[in-house]
Design a binder for this molecule. Structure first.
Ligand code: XMP
Length: 508
């Protein structure tokens, strides 16, 4: 399989570079700049891309690489910091620029395979405070901007190319074409990579790595762990044991659906630990949101690791970690930004042969594509995000079995109605919340004093900010009617019209 190495120097757009390469049907693998040269040589890459990064190359504590990499005969494309680093490694000079460039900048290029079929003048996306003040011998300038005398350069003989700007971002007018030129014109890729190749290759790799040993995986019912489970099951069948901790705070029927999908469609050992009672006991009388979250997290891992200890397992531990989780956990960058909750820490007294993360190079939509190809039902593959503490953060105040049932029933109606009218595709996330509020109502001739249900529905790209969804009134009206008619103990429905910030998506 043709592979491009994205050598990660810690820039903010690095995930995008790999993404853009895969969009051109060439597989891109991301490795940190700390990867040794022999490993890189052994992997037979068709080309290497040096990414951007936040540092200055003349600061010797910044990420660097041995200049030998320029002589191994593999084509190189340096981007931003990677561009400056290439010049620096080859003996050129990099300085603080008299004028920094940020955003859209006019760029003029000369003839180069990298700029084939691209107009001489175009808009690029710049973000730099240093610049290359002199190029090493054997290297030629191929592009300039008003404030950047070396906006791109090359050494055709060595197949080394570099651009000070970011071809991976959409604001770079011909960025996609520049990457395509590097892959096809310079590296000679044929562009035959498909998701099927990834699946085949991963299965082969997993078989080789696992051998005759066993694997244990914590299945949450979410997209990532489900796809990882399906992939490992295809590779080693019953050598895989999935442990599914059902804390009783899932959506209506969700625990049963996860169990029936994985026991009927995939070859594996499936252990469902039903421990709703244990969670209820631990949460009794607790209404503070942070304490609830802490208790749910502690109980969850208590149950999970106890089950693993019972298995007396001496194999591998598998996780559904995906690429953005790895980035947040510090892969590819010397500075750990934050330890992501999706990466589980193994307790000291539990021993494994190693950790398997078969999805760690994929983005969410790629994980979904793999899931669909492996035959996981669409409803599970396209499942909307669901928080680890489950309905625990959607029941305000103390959690009781009765309240869980009320919010599950209402949420089921909301999802059913949205699926029927097709509006769900326009929403990033939508669910019901049970605020700890009773209101007066009238049903038939009787006064009622019962629960209020709130509907939360948002649109967002990244969940860092979100807008409340402008769901048409007739849809909201149908949902409200159905919830009050079909669900016991609900006499009022309200719609949350708050953006994030100031509110968060979840209510707790
Ligand atoms: P907030 O409420 O922080 O939610 O605006 C943003 C996104 O994160 C999800 N979320 C969680 N996911 N564990 C998770 O795995 C959690 O504790 C958690 N809290 C919130 C939330 O559903 C939304 O998609």
């Amino acid at each position: 399989m043709e592979k491009i190495l994205v050598l990660d120097f810690g820039g903010q757009y690095n995930q995008l570079i790999a993404r853009r390469v895969r969009d051109k049907k060439v597989f891109a693998e991301i490795l940190p700049y700390t990867t040794d040269l022999q490993t890189i040589k052994n992997n037979n890459y068709k080309g290497i891309i040096f990414t951007g990064g936040p540092n200055s190359v003349f600061d010797m504590s910044s990420p660097h690489y041995s200049e030998e990499i320029l002589n191994i005969g593999v084509p190189i494309l340096g981007i931003c910091y990677g561009c400056q680093l290439t010049a620096f490694m080859a003996g050129g000079e990099v300085k603080t620029a008299p004028t920094s460039e940020y955003g859209k900048i006019d760029f003029t290029h000369s003839d180069s395979p990298l700029f084939k079929d691209i107009p001489e003048k175009s808009i690029v996306w710049m973000s730099h405070t240093d610049y290359i003040s002199s190029l090493p011998e054997g290297y030629e300038i191929t592009g300039t901007t008003a404030d950047c005398p070396v906006a791109s350069f090359e050494n055709k003989e060595k197949k080394i190319y570099a651009v000070q700007f970011h071809p991976e971002v959409t604001h770079c007018e011909y960025g996609s074409k520049i990457l395509e030129n590097f892959l096809y014109e310079v590296c000679g890729c044929s562009g035959d990579w498909q998701m099927d190749n990834f699946i085949e290759q991963k299965i082969a790799e997993l078989r080789e790595q696992i051998g005759s040993k066993n694997v244990i995986l914590g299945l949450s019912g979410g997209v990532d762990s489900s796809v990882a489970a399906a992939l490992i099951s295809k590779a080693v069948g019953k050598q895989l044991t999935c442990v599914f901790v059902d804390h009783g705070l899932m959506r209506k029927n969700e625990g049963d659906e996860v169990e029936s999908t994985f026991t009927s469609m995939f070859d594996m050992n499936f252990i469902r630990v039903n421990c709703a009672d244990r969670f209820m006991a631990a949460l009794k009388g607790v209404s503070d949101p942070e304490r609830k979250r802490k208790i749910i997290g502690t109980e969850f891992f208590g149950v999970f690791w106890n089950e693993i200890r019972k298995q007396a397992h001496k194999g591998f531990f598998a996780q559904g970690t995906i690429y953005p989780d790895c980035i947040e956990s510090g892969k590819g960058d010397a500075d750990v930004i934050k330890t992501h909750h999706n990466r589980v820490n193994v307790p000291e007294d539990v021993e494994f042969l190693g950790v398997l993360e078969p999805l760690c190079d994929l983005f969410k939509d790629e994980v979904r594509a793999v899931g669909e190809k492996l035959g996981i039902p669409k409803a599970l593959v396209w499942r909307q995000p669901f928080p680890g503490p489950g309905l625990g953060v959607r029941i305000i105040g103390e959690i009781t079995p009765e309240k869980i049932k009320v919010v599950q029933d209402a949420d089921w109606v909301l999802r059913d109605e949205m699926a029927k009218n097709g509006y769900e595709k326009q929403l990033s996330q939508f669910f019901c919340v049970l605020p700890d509020v009773s209101t007066v109502g009238v049903m038939g001739d009787h006064r009622t004093y019962d629960h209020l249900i709130a509907i939360r529905a948002v649109t967002t790209d990244d969940f860092m900010t979100a807008d409340w969804a402008k769901i048409p009134y007739d849809i909201l009206s149908a949902v409200s009617n159905r919830i009050t008619n079909e669900c016991a103990h609900i006499n009022r429905v309200v719609y949350d019209i708050t953006t994030k910030p100031p509110a968060t998506v979840e209510w707790e």
